[in-house]
Design a protein around this ligand. Structure first.
Ligand code: NAD
Ligand code: ZN
Length: 350
């Protein structure tokens, strides 16, 4: 088959590799029908994720058709259309049973990123992928949901909802600020209303991203390039500070912006992956009773989010801005990598 293979920092190749095989009775092989590119793939390509070694097939988002299911795979058969969760998990160990799929104790790989496709196991930017613990890592797709909608449920929608909205403990009537209106920040914007947020303020440097945030339902947008950006956000709360501030960029500056925007007793939900240390001013956080949360997505809310997409309560298709075929995946990377010029949000590759 053909696959996108990482060749060390700065290098990737769309090349012929051996077809994946069932290695365990709990595995399935899935033919990739649709995949997409995540900002994390760009980090890996830059060499920012040293755990990912040369030779790895990239990608952790995908929708496909089961071609083979191992003898112990329950509830799935060849021909089923499925969402591939970005996190593979056994569903049986104590961590999985408590919902912490990203720290599955199953036999293969390390806890944490070991459980994300395209990191320590081969990923979804290929014609086929081996899916360990298929019964718990694949979600069957109903007829009415398109591949283009479903692929947003592999990673970005559960990430925004679980790590932004749920960890941020959004409650009815809250004002939520979302710093960074990339695909993940927009997933926060798209799902904050599920817990009754009354106002959602999107903050970004890029005017196009702010426009997209309004389409996704942000009640207010603020350009962080404006000298008075902070006052503009605080004005939405009559100066009190937001109830929840979600960091969806992954740099120390935007983490501090989130801390600065939150009211006393409020919550800072850090979704961004920080490649460098962030300073915590504990004295300031302590005196203002601020809660901070963070974590790797578990993608355990995917079935619930899928129902809402099916009922057209989440417009997952709005994330898709550009379309390519797998053979043109290098061009898709180029378009996605130049998002500021191309206005790409998610590039859909079929
Ligand atoms: P992205 O790079 O596409 O979007 C980031 C956005 O932040 C862009 O719109 C950019 O214009 C904006 N931005 C940059 N600097 C800014 C600043 N100073 N002020 C305001 N806005 C600024 O990224 P994404 O794909 O949306 O992902 C966002 C973050 O979430 C990344 O750090 C990613 O690694 C992380 N992530 C975390 C998890 C998890 O499990 N916690 C899962 C997936 C992604
Ligand atoms: Zn991702």
């Amino acid at each position: 088959m053909k696959a996108l293979v990482y060749g060390g920092p700065g290098k990737k190749d769309w090349t012929e590799v051996p077809d994946p095989q069932l290695l365990e009775p709990t595995d399935a092989i899935v033919r990739i029908d649709t995949t997409t590119i995540c900002g994390t793939d760009l980090h890996i390509l830059k060499g920012d994720v040293p755990a990912v070694q040369s030779g790895r097939i990239l990608g952790h988002e995908g929708v496909g058709t089961v071609t083979e299911a191992g003898s112990a795979v329950t509830g799935l058969a060849a021909g089923d259309r499925v969402i591939i969760s970005c996190i593979k998990s056994c569903g049986q160990c104590p961590n999985c049973k408590s919902g912490l799929y990203s720290h599955c104790l199953g036999s293969e790989g390390a806890s944490g990123i070991g459980w994300v496709f395209g990191h320590l196991i081969d990923g979804t930017q290929a014609e086929y992928v081996r899916v360990p613990y298929a019964a718990n890592s694949l979600y069957k797709l109903p007829e009415g949901v398109s591949d283009e909608q479903a692929v947003m449920l592999s990673d970005i929608l559960p990430t925004g909802f679980e790590i932004g909205v749920q960890y941020g403990r959004v409650k009815p009537g809250d004002t939520v600020a979302v710093i960074g209106a990339g695909p993940v920040g927009l997933a926060v914007v798209a799902t904050a209303g599920l817990y009754g947020a009354a106002a959602v303020v999107a903050v970004d440097l890029d005017e196009n991203r702010l426009e997209r945030a309004r389409e996704f339902g942000a009640t207010h947008t603020v350009a962080s390039s404006a000298p008075d950006w902070k006052d503009q956000v605080l004005a939405v709360t009559d100066g009190a500070g937001v109830d929840v501030a979600v960091e969806a960029v992954g740099i120390p500056e935007t983490f501090q912006m989130a801390v600065d925007l939150v009211r006393p007793g409020g919550n800072v939900a850090n979704v961004g992956v920080h490649g460098r240390p962030v300073e915590l001013h504990l004295e300031d956080l302590w005196i203002r009773n601020i809660n901070i949360s963070m974590g790797l997505v578990n993608a355990n809310t995917t079935p619930m989010l899928l129902r809402l997409v099916e009922q057209q309560k989440i417009a997952a298709e709005m994330f898709a801005t550009h379309h390519f075929t797998l053979d043109n995946i290098l061009e898709a990377y180029d378009t996605f990598g130049r998002a500021a010029e191309t206005k790409a949000l998610k590039v859909v590759i079929t």
